[in-house]
Design a protein around this ligand. Structure first.
Ligand code: ZN
Length: 173
């Protein structure tokens, strides 16, 4: 058994990879031989992980440039073999990219919260924007109770703090 690459010992890295490829995918990385390049079938055999999972994991990693392959053509049969290796050195870049996406979503959400007034049903908790509340004459479309203005300042503050924390961890101003 190959030692777990040091990079996997970082909790943030392990969490990132787990979100991406799950338990089985992590096992594949842990069991991936240290040296050389391997076909998906070889990897399935060496790691004892189901071939479909191996393939799925490799392509998921490939999309994030965390794995790469070399294509070899058998001159007699014309068949192509893909030889894979991991590129765990690119993890920090891939993680930063993911966080930029999260940041962009938070920004959009913050903007939405800032630009809208919200109304909430006191009975069932349904939350709608001002325009939606106008459309239903300030009566809950679910239960018919009156809906009242909902103060989203706390939520907005939480979004703002989370965004700033991520931005500063990414080295933004
Ligand atoms: Zn209601």
């Amino acid at each position: 058994m190959v030692a777990v690459p040091e990079i996997l010992e970082h909790p943030a890295v392990a969490a990132y990879l787990h979100r991406l490829i799950g338990d089985e995918g992590l096992l594949l990385i842990e069991r991936f031989p240290d040296e050389g390049e391997f076909s998906d079938e070889e990897l399935a055999e060496v790691t004892k992980i189901n071939l479909n999972t191996v393939r799925h994991t490799l392509y998921t990693l490939y999309e994030r440039r965390l794995a790469e392959y070399r294509r070899i053509k058998n001159n007699e049969t014309g068949w192509l073999t893909y030889l894979w290796r991991l590129r765990l050195d690119t993890i920090p870049g891939a993680m930063a990219e993911e966080m930029e996406t999260v940041l962009e979503k938070l920004r959009a959400r913050e903007r939405f919260e800032e630009e809208n007034d919200f109304y909430r049903c006191g009975q069932c908790g349904l939350l709608v924007t001002f325009n939606q509340a106008m459309d239903v004459d300030f009566c809950c479309p679910e239960c018919g109770s009156p809906i009242a203005h909902f103060d989203n300042d706390i939520l907005l503050l939480a979004l703002h703090r989370r965004r700033e924390a991520i931005a500063s961890s990414l080295g933004h101003e």
